[in-house]
Ligand binder design. Sequence first.
Ligand SMILES: NC(=O)c1ccc[n+]([C@@H]2O[C@H](COP(=O)([O-])OP(=O)(O)OC[C@H]3O[C@@H](n4cnc5c(N)ncnc54)[C@H](OP(=O)(O)O)[C@@H]3O)[C@@H](O)[C@H]2O)c1
Length: 246
Amino acid sequence: MPQQIDSAAVYNNEAQCAAAITASRLPREEIFFTSKVRNISYEGAKEQVAATLAATQLDYIDQMLLHCPYGGSENRKRAWKALVEAVEEGKVRSIGVSNYGVAHLDELEKHIAELEAERGGEGKGGILSVGQWEIHCWCQRNDIVEWCRKRGVAVEAYSPLVRAQRFGDATVQRIAARHGKTEAQVLIRWSLQKGFVPLPKSTAVARLKENADVFGWELSADEVEELGTSEYAPVCWDPTTAGLDE
Ligand SMILES: NC(=O)c1ccc[n+]([C@@H]2O[C@H](COP(=O)([O-])OP(=O)(O)OC[C@H]3O[C@@H](n4cnc5c(N)ncnc54)[C@H](OP(=O)(O)O)[C@@H]3O)[C@@H](O)[C@H]2O)c1
């Protein structure tokens, strides 16, 4: 299974990720390296692809996302076009968006159709393969998830551990104790069983191992249901609610 590394220009860690990839001595095809475009415009996306390739010394980027919808409609369309061109040039393998609300996703679908018409046909508008959002038991984003499911778009879930702010929750503790697992493992397992690609972060080696040790057991369907709340309580930024002109 390839090792997914979620980086971004704004995290200032692309070069460090690349150094870790080199140090791991894993074959390139066993790495899945993601980065994100900070400045949502045609030039911003073009420059970002070049800068990421330069910073990482990788031959190609597995996945490039528009980090957020901020920038206005025309800039979003043109940034997307730059990513489509990067795929055609072999610099990027797959493209997607992060922190887009349903209105931004609907608009992107329109932009893809427009680009197809402008650039000469099917596929020329690019393929939305993946989206990344803050998703956990206290921020389920069912509208966005449903939009993606209908179109076969993979959903990556960031902050799946709620930035450690919900440890101690009685339901999570009870279910963790029942399975002999940690609360972090229960939250990651919930994300996996909901069909997401969870992106837990830790700076501690022991926790990295704990967070990866989530296979060979399952939450019941009732437990998955019980863990998911109706709260809308993001702990990170939330550009999904931005207007289309922002
Ligand atoms: N697209 C976006 O806009 C966006 C935004 C935010 C994040 N992300 C991505 O999502 C990743 C994760 O998100 P995040 O860092 O916001 O949140 P997170 O993974 O939910 O939480 C990280 C926090 O949980 C702690 N932690 C990790 N494993 C633990 C364990 N087993 N037991 C107890 N505490 C544990 C970490 O502390 P220690 O380090 O001390 O273990 C850290 O404080 C980021 O690295 C980034 O790649 C994307």
